[in-house]
Design a protein around this ligand. Structure first.
Ligand SMILES: CC(C)(COP(=O)(O)OP(=O)(O)OC[C@H]1O[C@@H](n2cnc3c(N)ncnc32)[C@H](O)[C@@H]1OP(=O)(O)O)[C@@H](O)C(=O)NCCC(=O)NCCS
Length: 187
């Protein structure tokens, strides 16, 4: 079954739009926890939003999905990669609450980063809530670094404005950067 890494009792494979029900069910369950991902309950999957997500699963220039499943084929976690051409790709991921802390998230992220290297994608980024120690720990363990903090950036349904931490993993270390010096104001 597994195209990528396996762990104790699970495997990771590429997903496609035929996995939409599994991915949206995981997303909806984690959104209902209210504190880890951007989505909030009740999640509304409009036709337009569903189609946009599915395109990122099926069209490699738009992205890719990765799914962790147990040995009986039950979905445990997903990672959805949203790609901007050959440049950066941003991702969203979640593991079902009952299956966290046993290597599933790490295996799914490793599969996605391997895919990005081969694509090639020059950089992988994500946004994390500053209170999400589990996600920060996972990303730091895979070499991501904190690139900044977007302050009062995302409106929650209760009216609060939450900060987001931007994390990045540079894959292309060979292309030259800008030769222009930073403005004095940034020094
Ligand atoms: C964040 C999440 C995806 C991690 O998945 P997971 O399956 O629990 O993580 P793993 O067991 O694979 O752990 C992977 C690494 O993260 C680290 N990690 C996991 N939880 C951690 C925590 N609470 N604090 C610090 N580090 C942690 C582990 O040390 C591990 O490192 P290792 O592989 O070097 O041992 C999962 O907890 C989750 O789905 N949370 C809710 C949704 C969410 O937060 N999504 C991400 C939004 S940005």
């Amino acid at each position: 079954m597994s195209e990528y890494a396996t762990g104790p009792g699970f495997g990771v494979r590429r997903g496609s739009s035929t996995d939409f029900d599994a991915v949206s069910a995981l997303y909806t369950a984690v959104a209902a926890e209210g504190r880890w991902i951007g989505g909030e309950a009740p999640v509304e999957w409009t036709t337009q939003r569903k189609e946009a997500w599915c395109r990122t699963a099926d069209e490699e220039d738009r992205g890719a999905w990765f799914l962790a499943e147990d040995d009986a084929g039950r979905p445990l976690g997903y990672l959805a990669l949203f790609r901007s051409g050959t440049e950066h790709a941003e991702f969203a991921m979640a593991v079902a609450a009952a299956h966290r802390g046993r290597g599933v998230g790490g295996a799914v992220l490793d599969a996605a980063v391997d895919w990005c290297r081969a694509a090639p994608v020059s950089k992988v980024t994500c946004q994390v809530w500053p209170h999400n120690g589990g996600a920060l720990g996972l990303y730091l363990s895979r070499g991501f670094v904190v690139e900044g903090r977007l302050r009062r950036h995302w409106r929650r349904r209760n009216g609060e404005l939450w900060d987001a931490v931007v994390m990045g993993l540079v894959l292309d270390r060979h292309s030259p950067g800008s030769g222009l010096p930073d403005a004095d104001l940034l020094r």
